[in-house]
Design a protein around this ligand. Structure first.
Ligand SMILES: Nc1ncnc2c1ncn2[C@@H]1O[C@H](COP(=O)(O)OP(=O)(O)OP(=O)(O)O)[C@@H](O)[C@H]1O
Length: 445
C-alpha cells in the first residue's frame, strides 16, 4: 500500500530508496512518497501535479519502468530523474530511449548530493509553498513544522521572546536559528547560562564593571550586553537570574541602556533579548522570585519546544541525522539502525530529549561492530539479559547520583556554591547534574 499526501511539492521515488536517501530527501524538505514495485500492486501514490519522479533503475528495472509509465499517464508532464547505477551508454537500446525523456540521468554509485542538485535544477513551481517550507530544525513532525513556522514569523520582529521547554529540547538551537534568520545575523550572538553565573558576578558578567568598582575589579570589564551590541543576547535559565540583575535587565528592555557597575553613566545598547526557561516562570512570579513586570516584558512572543516524547515521528530522523554527522567526522562503521533499535528508540521516553538521543547515538556509533546499530549499542535493550544487567546497573548509578545531589542540595539550603564545595565538584557541574536529573530547585525547596 502506498503512502503519501495529495498536495505539495514532493518526490515520488519509484523503487526502494536506502534509509540515507529517504531521510536525506525528507531532511532537505522534500515530501518523499515511495512507489516500491514489490509492494504497490499497481497503485500509484497520490501526488500533486508539481511532483517530481525519481525512477530508481538500479534494481528492479522492468517494474520501475512500468510504474513510471503509469505515473506519466496520470501526470503527463511530470519531470523525472533516472538513477541507473551504470552509465546509460552501457544500457540496452530500449532503456536508452526511455532515458532520453528524463530530465536528468544520474549514473554510477548513488549520490544523494547529485540527486538533490538535480531536483533543485528542475524548473516549474519549485518554490515551496509556505506550508511546504523545509523545517528549520531537524524533524518532520507537525510540532516541529509549526515551530519552524513560528521561528520564521518571529525572527524579523524586534520583540523579546521567551522560549520554554524541558532540558535538551533545542531551546538554544531555536534561539540561534532566530538570530540567523534576523537582520542581526553577522552580529554577535551571546548565549549566557544565567544559572551558571556566580551570584556575586552576575551583574558584572552581564553589564560589565569599572575599574575599582569592587574588590578584585582591577580593570574595566565590558559585559555581555555591551559586547553583543547590534546582535542578540540569549539568556538561558532566566528563572535563575537574581532579583537585582532582573531590575537591570528590565531597564535594558524598557530603555535600551545599561550601566556598568561602579558607573552611573547610561550606555545605549542595541540588542534583541531572547530568554529561555525550563521552569514555570508564572509560578516563580507567584512566589515572588521573578519580577512580574520583567516576565510580561519577556513574554511578548513565546516559543514552546516540544519534548521528544511528543514528537516521536522525529526520533528516527534525528537519530539518523546524528549518526550521519558523526560518521562524516569519524568514519564509523555503523550506517543506520536495526529494526529492533528503531523500535527501542521509539518506545523510550527520552527524559533528556534531543541531547540524550544525540549522546546515545554517538556512543552507539563508537561501540557498534556492525553496519547496523542495535538496541544494546544504544543501551536501550530491555530484553537481552547482558544489556539488562548493564541497564539496571546504569539506572542504579543514576538514581544514586540523583539522590546524592538532592540530599546535598537540601543539606546546603539550596546554595549551589556550598553544594559544589561539599560534593567537591564545580558549580557548573552541580548545574549540569541538576539539568541531567531534571531537578528544578524551586520544586525541591
Ligand atoms: N532539531 C534538532 N536538530 C538537530 N540537533 C538538535 C535539535 N534539537 C536539539 N539539537 C541538539 O541537541 C542538543 C541540545 O540542544 P540545546 O542545547 O539547544 O537544548 P536546550 O533546550 O537549550 O537545553 P538546556 O535547557 O539543557 O540548555 C544540542 O547539541 C543541539 O544541537
Amino acid at each position: 500500500m502506498l503512502r503519501g499526501e495529495s498536495t505539495g511539492r514532493c518526490v515520488v521515488w519509484i523503487g526502494r530508496p536506502s534509509v540515507e536517501e529517504h531521510f536525506g530527501l525528507i531532511r532537505a524538505g522534500w515530501r518523499t512518497l515511495v512507489a516500491d514495485p514489490a509492494r504497490c500492486d499497481g497503485d500509484l501514490p497520490e501526488c500533486g501535479d508539481s511532483a517530481i519522479a525519481v525512477a530508481d533503475l538500479r534494481a528492479n528495472q522492468q517494474d520501475a519502468l512500468r510504474i513510471l509509465s503509469s505515473l506519466r499517464q496520470v501526470h503527463p508532464g511530470i519531470p523525472w530523474i533516472g538513477l541507473t547505477g551504470t552509465p546509460p551508454a552501457m544500457a540496452h537500446a530500449t532503456l536508452r530511449q526511455v532515458l532520453a525523456g528524463a530530465f536528468e540521468v544520474i549514473d554510477g554509485p548513488s549520490s544523494l548530493g547529485a540527486l538533490r542538485q538535480a531536483l533543485a535544477r528542475i524548473p516549474g513551481d519549485a518554490e515551496l509553498t509556505h506550508d511546504d517550507e523545509p523545517s528549520l530544525l531537524t524533524g518532520s513532525s507537525a510540532a516541529i513544522r509549526a515551530l519552524s513556522q513560528n521561528i520564521r514569523k518571529f525572527a524579523p520582529v524586534e520583540l523579546p521572546l521567551l522560549i520554554t521547554g524541558e532540558t535538551g529540547t533545542g531551546k538554544e538551537m531555536a534561539a540561534r536559528t532566530l538570530h540567523e534568520l534576523s537582520h542581526r545575523r553577522g552580529k554577535p550572538f551571546a548565549a549566557i547560562n544565567c544559572g551558571a553565573l556566580p551570584a556575586n558576578l552576575v551583574q558584572s558578567e552581564l553589564f560589565g564593571h569599572e575599574r575599582g568598582a569592587f574588590t578584585g575589579a582591577t580593570a574595566r570589564r565590558i559585559g555581555h550586553f555591551e559586547s553583543a551590541d547590534g546582535g542578540t543576547v540569549f539568556l538561558d535559565e532566566i528563572g535563575d537570574l537574581p532579583l537585582d540583575a532582573q531590575t537591570n535587565l528590565l531597564r535594558v528592555l524598557q530603555e535600551g541602556t545599561i550601566e556598568r557597575i561602579g558607573s552611573c553613566q547610561s550606555i545605549k545598547v542595541d540588542v534583541r533579548v531572547l530568554a529561555a526557561t525550563h521552569v514555570d516562570l508564572e509560578k516563580a512570579v507567584a512566589q515572588g522570585r521573578f519580577r512580574e513586570d520583567l516576565f510580561y516584558r519577556l513574554n511578548v512572543l513565546r516559543l514552546r519546544m516540544p519534548p521528544l516524547r511528543e514528537r516521536t515521528g522525529d526520533i528516527e530522523l534525528l537519530a539518523q541525522h546524528f549518526l550521519d554527522a558523526f560518521r562524516e567526522s569519524y568514519g564509523t562503521r555503523a550506517r543506520t539502525f536495526s529494526a529492533a533499535a528503531r523500535r527501542a528508540m521509539n518506545a523510550f521516553p527520552w527524559p533528556g530529549n534531543v541531547r540524550e538521543l544525540m549522546n546515545r547515538v554517538q556512543r552507539a556509533a563508537v561501540i557498534a561492530d556492525d553496519a547496523l546499530i542495535s538496541p544494546s549499542d544504544l543501551e536501550l535493550d530491555v530484553d537481552a539479559s547482558p544489556a539488562m544487567e548493564r541497564n539496571s546497573l546504569g539506572s542504579a548509578r543514576t538514581s544514586a547520583e540523583r539522590e546524592a545531589i538532592v540530599d546535598c542540595l537540601r543539606a546546603s539550603s539550596f546554595n549551589i556554591s556550598e553544594c559544589a564545595r561539599r560534593l567537591r565538584v564545580s558549580r557548573v557541574t552541580v548545574y549540569r547534574l541538576c539539568k541531567k536529573h531534571q531537578l528544578a530547585l524551586d520544586q525541591l525547596r
